[in-house]
Design a protein. Structure first.
Length: 149
């Protein structure tokens, strides 16, 4: 499994609960761009249009050796999941106010581009402050332990 890009801010901005794997419908130059490391998941999310799931606001840099045809780096990309999973996700999102946040894009063992989606609820400002405080105390503790060794 080769990880192409990750959404590092997802864990800071959201409480991540369940994770799902989905396939992405890509064009040829987009696949080559991803293999070269040209993907960005910051500020992207997944949304339902009818009963289909789409990845919105995911930036994939245009492949520079491709033809100069229409290459929109921010186009909506369809995500592929089983019907059972989609109906379950629709129910959870409507019921509890969750959002679907992409956490990483990777190529699996067969060479297919996959995306990992997380069912998430947004954090409040005080939750983020607690995370920062916890992280700082862990760093200080590691420094002290390293110094004493």
């Amino acid at each position: 499994m080769k990880i192409v890009c990750t959404n590092r801010q997802a864990g800071f901005k959201y409480f991540l609960e369940d994770k799902f794997e989905a396939g992405i419908v890509l064009r040829g130059p987009e696949v080559k761009s991803l293999r070269a490391g040209g993907g960005n998941l910051n500020d992207s999310y997944a949304r339902f249009k009818g009963v289909e799931l789409y990845l919105i606001n995911c930036h994939m840099t245009p492949y520079k050796y491709a033809r100069v045809e229409e290459q929109d780096p921010l186009r909506d990309r369809k995500l592929l999941m089983h019907r059972r999973e989609i109906t379950r996700l629709i129910g959870k999102i409507k019921e509890k106010g969750y959002t679907l946040i992409p956490t990483k894009i990777y190529f699996n063992d067969k060479g297919f581009a996959k995306i990992e989606l997380a069912l998430a609820t947004p954090k409040k400002k005080y939750d983020k402050r607690e995370d920062i405080k916890k992280r700082d105390t862990e760093r200080a503790l590691k420094r002290v332990l390293k110094k004493n060794r």
